[in-house]
Design a protein. Structure first.
Length: 386
């Protein structure tokens, strides 16, 4: 028997994680889990209800049942409140695995899905295990995330919250930002959320100053905001080129400089820039010169800042993701042929989830990476190893 282990990470959506992993690997099974501990927050959809309801307070998980497969999933949870009342419903997107002392959802027993052996991989069992909860109290670090309302940014916020950080979300999409802020507020998360154009120098300086005025410091900066305008070079206008340079490169400089003022004063800090594996290769599947160029520049900007600020106790690193399931890539993979080519070029044979990248970001921002600076960590399924 060959087992493919998968871990549920703090900040990952339980339903979408199971759907994605199981569907991508071709497993399908029904399951029943019981006696799994307790949690303090869940989003469930009552039978017949149009929208999911958020339930808070100490709850015991009685059972979690359902099916997960390539055609979708159906999960049902039965909860018992502190007053003994039983509450149940369909699990909706947003049932989050969180790393806080009172949430024991991440102490689930192993979930096993079986299938016939895959001739390509040899896997015939999928074991899903949750990460262990930390025993230490929340650390309260102040973590600024640009583009923090969705995609990799939102997954990073969730993961940082799971580590006990106080997130600050900057995003130019005010509607999505408001929704993200509401979700955090409903869970009692201490946070700030403000609309911000990261290309506006004065606005960036003012925004970082407001964070310092509110919290007294900035411990972590995640430069995640980015755009892509895929054009053949002969059709790429100067305006389009400059738009990508402004967001993907200049904004990284502006935000790093502004956040580092507080970090230099404190003598410590961690900055993680979101580059791309395309900043370490020439691509080749489609023309995307402005994106590749700016992400390559971010890789070297990361090295330069790491050297310059090392004496101030500031570590600067970057992640270089593969294709990630976000709005930025949604249009690309409407082409089955292109998706097949991407998967064929990726040794792990799947696209990355936002949480895959968020985990790497949180690691580089944490004390566990205390001796790492100036490094760009590919999160690419083996693409660059070929």
């Amino acid at each position: 028997m060959k087992t493919l282990p998968v871990r549920l990470n703090p900040g990952q959506d339980l339903r979408s994680t199971l759907e994605g992993v199981v569907a991508s690997q071709g497993f399908a099974a029904a399951f029943v889990l019981s006696g799994m501990g307790s949690l303090s927050q869940a989003n469930v959809r009552l039978a017949g209800a149009a929208e999911a309801a958020s339930v808070t307070g100490a709850m015991e998980i009685l059972t979690l049942t359902g099916t997960v497969g390539a055609s979708g999933s159906h999960l049902h949870v039965s909860l018992a409140g502190a007053d003994g009342a039983v509450f149940g419903g369909h699990v909706a997107s947003g049932c989050i695995v969180r790393t806080t002392a009172e949430v024991l959802l991440a102490l689930l027993p192993e979930w096993t899905f079986r299938r016939e052996p895959d001739p390509a991989t040899g896997y015939d069992e999928l074991a899903v295990r949750a990460r262990e909860l930390p025993t230490s109290p929340p650390d309260g670090r102040v973590a600024v995330v640009t583009g923090g309302a969705k995609g990799i940014g939102w997954a990073t916020v969730e993961a940082l919250v799971g580590e006990g950080a106080r997130p600050v979300l900057f995003d130019r999409d005010e509607q999505t930002l408001a929704s993200a802020s509401r979700q955090l507020a409903e869970r009692g998360v201490d946070h700030l959320a403000e609309p911000l154009d990261v290309c506006d120098e004065a606005a960036v300086e003012d925004a970082m100053a407001r964070v310092v005025a509110h919290y007294g410091r900035i411990d972590i900066l995640v430069n995640n905001a980015g755009i892509a305008l895929r054009r053949p070079t002969l059709e790429l206008s100067l305006a389009d080129w400059q738009a990508v340079v402004d967001v993907n490169l200049t904004a990284v400089f502006l935000c790093a400089r502004a956040a580092a003022r507080s970090m230099v004063a404190a003598g410590s800090g961690a900055i993680v820039n979101v580059a791309s594996m395309m900043g370490l290769s020439g691509g080749g599947l489609y023309p995307n010169l402005s994106y590749h160029s700016t992400k390559g520049a971010v890789v070297n900007l990361t090295r330069a800042l790491a050297i310059e600020w090392a004496g101030n106790g500031i570590r600067v690193n970057a992640v270089a993701p593969t294709w990630v399931k976000t709005d930025l890539t949604k249009g690309l993979f409407q082409s089955p042929d292109l998706l097949a080519r991407v998967l064929d070029m990726t040794p792990l044979r799947r696209l990355a989830e936002p949480a895959d990248v968020a985990d790497a970001i949180v690691f580089l921002a944490s004390g566990r990476a205390g001796m790492i600076t100036g490094h760009t960590l590919p999160v690419d399924g083996g693409f660059l190893a070929q």
